[in-house]
Design a protein around this ligand. Sequence first.
Ligand SMILES: Nc1ncnc2c1ncn2[C@@H]1O[C@H](COP(=O)(O)OP(=O)(O)OP(=O)(O)O)[C@@H](O)[C@H]1O
Ligand SMILES: [Mg+2]
Length: 249
Amino acid sequence: MLERRGHNGPAFRFSKEMLSVDNLEVFHGPIKAVHGISFKIDAGQCVALLGPNGAGKTSTISAITGIARATGQVLFEGSDISKTPVEARIQRGISVSPEGRRVFANLTVEENLRLGSAASDSNTKTSIAEFFDTFPILGERRHQSAGTLSGGEQQMLAIARALIAKPRILLLDEPSLGLAPKIVGQIFSLIGDLKAKGITILLVEQNAAQALRLSDYVYFLNNGRIAAEGTAESLGKSDTLMAELTGIS
Ligand SMILES: Nc1ncnc2c1ncn2[C@@H]1O[C@H](COP(=O)(O)OP(=O)(O)OP(=O)(O)O)[C@@H](O)[C@H]1O
Ligand SMILES: [Mg+2]
C-alpha cells in the first residue's frame, strides 16, 4: 500500500492489487483440500501463507497456476483468470518455484534455466549470462548437472528458473524445506533481495519465524481455512498463535 499526500488536499491512498483470491475451494478428485479462502497481494508486497503439513498451501498455489481444479475467483491484475489455462497464466507473468525444489537433475544448470526462459515470450527473456551476475554460484556451476548441486544450490536454481521469465508475481512453495539452518538463512536473504527489487512474492512456508520477518502481511492456513491473518507485527505478538505457527507449545 502506498500512501501519498497532495500539496494542499487531504491524504489519499492507492494500492495496486496484483492478485486476489475470493472464496477459493480446491479439489483433488473427491477431496476438498481448501474450503473457501480469500486473500490478496498488492504489487511489491511479500505476503506469507503459513501453515502446517496438509493445511492446503500447495493446493492454493496449484489453484493460482491453474493446475488444480478449483472454484471461486482468482483475479490477476484486475482480470478474472479463474478459467484461464495454465500456459496462459504463465505467459501473463505468474511463476512458481515448486515445493521440493524440482529441478531437472540430468540437465545442466544452464539447460534448466533455458527451460525457464522457454516458457516466456521472447520480449521478456533475460539473457542467461546477465542472470549469472545475480546468482554467481549458479554461474560457476553452469555446466554441472543440476542433480549434483547441493540442496541449497538446487533451491537457488529453482528460484532462478522461476525468475528468468521476469514474472509479475513469484510463488515460492516452501523454499527453506529440508535445508540446513545456515542455508535457510541464505535462501531468506535471497528472498529479501528479491523483495527489495520490488518483486511481488507469495511465500508459502512452515518456517514462520523467518517468513514473518520478510512479509508485509501473513495468512495462517489450517485444515484448508484461514485461521488467522494480519501484519507480521500483529501476529508475532500472539504467543498462542506463534506456538501454533512454529509447532512449539
Ligand atoms: N494430488 C492429491 N490427491 C489427493 N489429495 C491430495 C493431493 N494433493 C494434496 N492432497 C490433500 O490435500 C490436503 C492439502 O494438501 P497440500 O499439499 O495442499 O498441503 P500443504 O499445506 O502444502 O502441506 P505440506 O506442508 O505438507 O506441503 C492434504 O490433506 C492432502 O493429503
Ligand atoms: Mg505443500
